[in-house]
Design a protein around this ligand. Structure first.
Ligand code: GLC
Length: 529
């Protein structure tokens, strides 16, 4: 009431935004030392504005020993010196805002770095121990971990310290879990949120959002027992309600990293007084198959509808196999458990599908995430094993390739050293042979490039408006839906070309139609009726 409609619309930007994920370490190197940084991002803001994105989500940029790519935070109020300074972050936020681009930061509440002052004080025997989960071990001499929980990166979720006690870490040993039953932990994070909202941050991505609360008895894990000792516990909702009240003071929004197979439990996080949005991992891990994708889309829309939250559409991020690679394999879904070295890949096929998937996801109702390099069609890189830094590889005993293959420094200029990433010396991860062919300067004026497709799709996407999705009749293996009056998206995942529905104009295609005007397989179009 009383607000002009454009102001209302502006407030609702996150409901239909295109959000670009910046993995700072690999985006652009401003000072030439081999690691991406904030000056690098600032210099490339015009590129992001031209791409047309509404917001940037930055992976953690805080002071960190980088034992898990910055998800091991030593100080939530300081920028890591490898990335820059707090003053530079403030400038970046302001400059982006000036270009109409909002900033979303990544908060890691489940754990801190083992170098965080609280954990150091805890190790020194201070009262800070209560802020973590320290327990005596089992066995005659306490030589066995307190329970049987496994780390998400492999091995026991417990590490023993000098005085014989063990502490819990659901991820790497350098990432001790906080005890969210402690009011001081809650107060600290509420204060961190305010710290960043005061600096103009428009949103927060919540890392491992469903893992914070633990059963205080820390019981052994029993398959199927409800509630789970540390996933999706009811106590969490009070935490996020308090966070929401703070975000509302600043008009800021949340996106939760919530991996939950149960759609009803997932939707609880999106109730009107909790998180605004959460990542859609069902869509991100879905195989390239019409029936599966349609089910994933329908379930996504159905689970969001009762709570009034918009869906999000994600094809990849810094944790999973890059889209063009995944879609070029026999198994086009994604599962951490089945990742392996040496999986045969048809990149031409994967790229064709990824182009179609881009048009599919950008036509769906809700917000869309684009992970840096996705708009360049970068494949997953094979990193020489002696250069891999990801704890997921290191802690798997060398069987899991880890996540570095999707974190390789971006190619900006084909002729420049290190493909124009900006480094004077070898970047922190090596760029594979052929990386230059994906360089921005090769793609920006090429009509058929992935970059041109993304730019065009983001430019034309408002044509779909905020209208809901209606499925149109289509042959098996074909996804066809209408959004706003007369704007439709058709994706052919069948084996043969198909006729297009009647239309007056082809707005955009992920590839050419065949000589008889039919839509080839693994191709998508946007049509005007
Ligand atoms: C999230 C992040 C991942 C990180 C983990 C631990 O899953 O996306 O990169 O390793 O949390 O913080």
């Amino acid at each position: 009431m009383g607000q002009p409609s454009h102001a209302r619309k502006d407030q609702d930007w996150w409901r239909s935004a295109v959000i670009y994920q910046v993995y700072v370490r690999s985006f652009a190197d401003g000072d030439g030392d081999g690691t991406g940084d904030l000056p690098g991002v600032r210099a490339r803001l015009p590129y992001l504005a031209r791409l047309g994105v509404d917001a940037l989500w930055f992976n953690p940029w805080y002071l960190s020993p980088m034992r898990d790519g910055g998800y091991d935070v030593a100080d939530y109020r300081a920028i890591d010196p490898a990335f820059g300074t707090l003053a530079e972050a403030e400038k970046l936020i302001a400059e982006a805002t000036g270009l109409g681009i909002r900033t979303i930061i990544d908060i890691v509440p489940n754990h801190v770095s083992d170098q965080h002052p609280w954990f150091r004080a805890a190790l020194a025997g201070g009262p800070e121990r209560a802020l973590f989960h320290f327990r005596p071990g089992r066995g005659r001499h306490g030589e066995l971990p307190p329970n049987d929980w496994q780390s998400q990166f492999g091995g026991p979720a417990w590490t023993r310290v000098g005085d014989g006690d063990w502490y819990l870490h659901l991820f790497a040993p350098e990432q001790p879990d906080l005890n969210w039953a402690e009011p001081a932990v809650r107060r600290e994070h509420e204060d961190i949120l305010r710290f960043w909202f005061e600096r103009g941050v428009a949103g927060v991505r919540i890392d491992s959002a469903a893992l914070l609360a633990k059963d205080p008895r820390l019981p052994d894990f029993v398959e199927g027992r409800d509630p789970h000792p540390y996933v999706d516990r009811d106590e969490l909702h009070a935490v996020y309600r308090a966070w929401r009240a703070i975000a509302d003071e600043y008009g800021a929004v949340f996106v939760g990293e919530v991996w939950l197979p149960d759609t009803e439990r997932f939707a609880r996080y999106l109730r009107p007084d909790e998180l605004h949005t959460a990542f859609n991992f069902s869509f991100m891990t879905c195989p390239w198959d019409a029936a599966s994708l349609r089910t994933s889309i329908d379930e996504t829309l159905a689970e969001h509808a009762p709570v009034g939250a918009p869906a999000t559409w994600v094809l990849c991020n810094h944790d999973v196999t890059r889209t063009v690679t995944r879609y070029g394999r026999a198994d086009t879904g994604f599962d951490f458990a089945t990742k392996a070295f040496g999986t045969p890949t048809d990149l031409a096929l994967g790229t064709r599908r990824a182009r179609a998937a881009a048009l599919l996801s950008l036509a769906l109702p809700g917000a869309v995430y684009v992970y840096q390099g996705e708009e360049l069609g970068l494949p997953e890189a094979d990193i020489p094993v002696d250069r891999i830094q990801d704890p997921m590889y290191l802690r798997s005993g060398g069987t899991d390739p880890g996540r570095d293959g999707c974190r390789v420094p971006l190619p900006w200029a084909a002729e420049a050293p290190f493909a124009g990433f900006g480094s004077r010396e070898e970047p922190w991860l090596p760029q594979p042979v052929g990386w230059t062919s994906y360089a921005v300067d090769r793609q920006q004026n090429a009509p058929d490039s992935m970059l041109t497709l993304y730019r065009e799709a983001i430019r034309l996407r408002p044509a779909f408006g905020s209208a809901p999705l209606t499925w149109l009749p289509a042959p098996d293996g074909v996804l066809a839906f209408a959004r706003a009056e007369g704007v439709t998206c058709v994706v052919n995942l069948a084996d043969a070309p198909v006729d297009l529905p009647a239309h007056t104009r082809l707005l955009l295609g992920s590839g050419p139609l065949d000589t008889t005007g039919r839509l080839p397989k693994d191709t998508a179009v946007w049509l005007l009726a």
